[in-house]
Design a protein around this ligand. Sequence first.
Ligand code: GDP
Length: 622
Amino acid sequence: MKKKNSYGPKRNQPGPSQPQQRVANISYTKGKKRDFGKVNGGVFVYTKPLTVGELSKAINVPVNEIIKYFFLQGKAVTINQTLDDDSIGEICLEFGYDFKKEKVVDAAHFEELEIIDDEANLCSRPPVVTIMGHVDHGKTTLIDYIRSSNVAEGEDGKITQRIGAYQKEVGGKKITFIDTPGHAAFTAMRARGASVTDIVVLVVAADDGVMPQTIEAINHAKAAGVPIIVAINKIDAPGANPRRVEEGLMAHDVISERYGGDAIVVEVSAKKGDGVEDLLEMILLQAEMLNLRANPARYAIGTVLESELDKGVGPKATLLVQNGTLTASDYVVVGEAYGKIRRMTNEYNEVVKSAGPSTPVSVIGLSAVPSAGDRFMAFPTEREAREVAEKRALEKKAATRLGSAAMTLGDLNSLITAGQVKDINVIVKADLDGTAQALKANLEKFSNDEVKVHVLAASAGAISDSDILLAEASHAIIFGFNVRPDARVRAMAEEKGIEIHLHKIIYELLDEMEAALNGLTTKAKVEKVLGQAEIRQIYKVSKVGVVGGCYVTSGCLKRDCKVRLLRDGVVIYEGKLGSLKRFKEDAKEVKEGYECGLTIEGYNDIKEGDIVEGYEMVEEGK
Ligand code: GDP
C-alpha cells in the first residue's frame, strides 16, 4: 500500500557529485610577503598602498612615465613616494587598466571573509529551517514526524541519528532541518555571529493560541531578518481555533494572507501528519522566493551545529556546510583546532564522501571539541590548516577579555560619530504592556537619517534570561521600567556585558537615551544594588507591623538602606527598610546566605515569595 506521506531521501540517492576542482577560499602566507597587486584580465587588483616604483613594476609602466604624468598634473612625485588610492586609480586609467582594491582578510580570521561568487558558479541550495514556538505547542512532535516520515518505497527501517540536523527530500528538492527546537539554540548561534537559519517555522497550538514564547520567537526571527512560516498545530485537538491564532499573531505584525498580509500560514496536526506535506511545500516555495544559492566548487565553509567528545573516536562534530563542498579527506580549521577529516557520515550514519551547501554531516578527526556556533573552513593542504589554527590559538591567548561586543549607552555617541553604528537595538520591559508600547513608540522617534532605533521587543514582565540572550545576539540595550531582573539574570547580563537601564519615570528613561545619542554623559548619582532577599515567612507583630522572615539570596542588605519590593519581577513598592534584625538583635548588615527579619517602613502588604532588593545611591563610576 502506498503510504500517504513520502518525504525523505531515496535510499540510493547520489550525494552532490564531487566537484572536479575546488577553489580555496583564502590563502595563507606566513610572514610578511610584499604584495604589489597583479593585473588580471585588464584589471589591476591590489590590496594596499603602493609606491610609484612598486606600481610601475606591477602594471609594467616605466617609472618615468608615471612621474611625468603627475608632473603634467602639477604634482611632483618621487619613485619612493607612496600613492593613495585615487592616484593609483588615475594612473591605471591613464595607462589603460581598470582597477580594484581588494580587502585582505587574514586567513586566521576567516570568519570575516566575505565570499562573493561569480553568478556562473552559483547553484541553488536547500533552505535551512529552524522550528520555534511556545513550550508544548508541538515542536518536537513536528520535528519527529517530519524526521521519521521516511515512508517512501524502500525507506522503512532507515533510522536517523540525532546529529543536530537532518535533510528531507520533497518532490526532488531538499530541506535541511535544524533539530534542536526552540530559540535558545538559535539565539546562542546568532550571539556567536553564526546565522545558519534561512526560514523559521513558528509552531502555534490552535488550542492555546499566541503565548509568551511565541512572541519571543517572532522577535528573534525578526531581529535576525529571517522569514517566518506559521504552522498552526493541533488542528485535530478539541477546542482548536486556528482563526484565534491568526488574530493573535496580527498584534505582532505577523499577518496572514486571509487578513491581507503576506505571512504564510499552514494548518497542521504534527501528531497525525495532516497538513505537514503542505508545510513542506510552503517551505520550498519560500526558499524559492529567497533564491538561496551557493557555490559547490570551493572549499567548504560553514558552522558547527553540535559537538561532543566521543570516548571511542575523540572529538566529534556536526558541521553544516554553508558554502562550498566538504570532502571526506579535507583539512578543516574550527576554533583553534584543525584536523584531517577521518570519517564523515550523514544523519543515517552512512559514510559520505562529500557534502555540498546546506548539508549537515557528522565528522571525526578534529584535534579538539569545537563549540556549537563556531565557524569552520576547509583548506587544501595540511600545512595551511595547521598554520592557520596555530595562529588562531596564539591570537586567542593574547586576546584579552576586554572589548566585548556588547553595546553600551556610554559609547553610543562615539560609535555613531565614527560611523560604526547605524542601528541601535533596544529591548523594553515594563510593568504594564501599555507602558512598554508607549516607550517603544517614543524610543523609535529618536531615529533620524544617521541612526535608526529598533525596538526588538517591548512587553510586560520581568527582565528574563531570554531577554539577555536576545540582547547578546542583537547587541541590544535593555531598558526596564518598573521591573527588575533577579540576581541570576543580573549576573548573566554582567557576565555577557549587557547593559540594563532601569527607570521609574518615563521621561527620565527617554532623557537618558537622548543624552546617550548626543554623547552627553549624565553625571548624576546612580543606584547600586546591594543585594536581594527572599521573604520566606510572614509574622504579624503587634505595634511593629508585618515582619518578613527572609533569606539573603545575593549580596547583602544594610540597615536603613533603600529597598524595593518585587513580586514576579515587578516593582510593587519602593521605600526604606524599617528594621533589620538577626535573631532578636538589630543588625547593621546581613550577608548572602544568612537569615534575617525585616520590616519595610510604612508598608505592610508583604507576602511570602516576595523579593526585597536593597540599594543605595552612589556617584557614577563608584
Ligand atoms: P514542544 O514542547 O513544543 O516540543 O511540544 P511537544 O512536541 O512535546 O508536544 C506537546 C504535547 O502536545 C505532546 O503531548 C504532544 O503529543 C501534543 N501534540 C503535539 N502535536 C499535536 C497535534 O498535532 N495534535 C494533538 N492533539 N496533540 C499534539
